[in-house]
Design a protein around this ligand. Structure first.
Ligand code: ZN
Length: 222
């Protein structure tokens, strides 16, 4: 169980990628499924349902079927390219481009939803936005790299980058985004001063200033 928790805090990487390194794939999947049978399953299901409403152009019940399908496949560790193929079998009228876009986006959203649900259950209120650090990262997300974000107030990266807003959302939760959320479990892991998303802008805070934002219990945890 610790291994699973670690894997998902350590990335939006799939557990199957990680399992390649430590050859414990079956064990990890089993642990994840056990975890899903507990309270996490319910929290995550609610999160996924909320995601479903963002799939436009298809009726709500189809969108829900799609997200559930993608969720279970990404939990099994399938790559988004394979998920896209399976999606097209289920919904044959869907174009390649559309299936790929939905599979990629929903897989990243599932990873973030899982991290958010776990954070919620453990009382972790902040995460660090991480990009994939390559040329394909959009400019509005480049400025988000390593910024601390409160789970209860997602930013609008476009607005922060002086572009037209496409709404507020968490890392990984918009089309073609490969960013991921890294839960803030220990203030020692952060280089201070750090960039913090606060009241609609990105500010640089010292550790002391940041600690003041944390409720007492959270300060004790970290
Ligand atoms: Zn991104």
């Amino acid at each position: 169980m610790k291994m699973v928790t670690h894997l998902f805090t350590d990335a939006g990487r799939t557990w199957r990628q990680a399992a390649k390194v430590n050859s414990k794939g079956a064990l990890i999947y089993q642990a994840l499924m056990e975890e899903m049978n507990g309270p996490l399953g319910g929290v995550l299901a609610a999160q996924i349902q909320r995601n479903a409403q963002y799939i436009k152009d298809v009726p709500a019940d189809i969108a829900r079927q799609m997200t559930e399908h993608i969720m279970s496949q990404s939990m099994q560790g399938l790559r988004h390219t394979d998920i896209a193929k399976n999606l097209q079998q289920l919904f044959p009228h869907m174009t390649d481009v559309k299936a790929n876009l939905i599979a990629r986006t929903e897989t990243a959203k599932t990873a973030t939803a899982l991290t958010q649900s776990r954070s919620e259950m453990m009382g972790i209120q902040w995460y660090r936005w991480r990009t994939s650090m390559d040329d394909r990262v959009r400019d509005s997300h480049k400025i988000m790299n390593k910024v601390l974000i409160p789970w209860d107030a997602p930013p609008s990266p476009e607005e922060l980058h002086k572009e037209a807003s496409v709404g507020t959302y968490h890392a990984g939760c918009i089309w073609n985004c490969r960013c991921y959320a890294e839960p803030l479990i220990d203030l020692d892991f952060i280089e201070w001063p750090a960039k913090v998303y606060l009241h609609g802008s990105i500010e640089e805070l010292s550790r002391k200033q940041f600690e003041r934002l944390l409720p007492k219990t959270q300060a004790q945890v970290v």
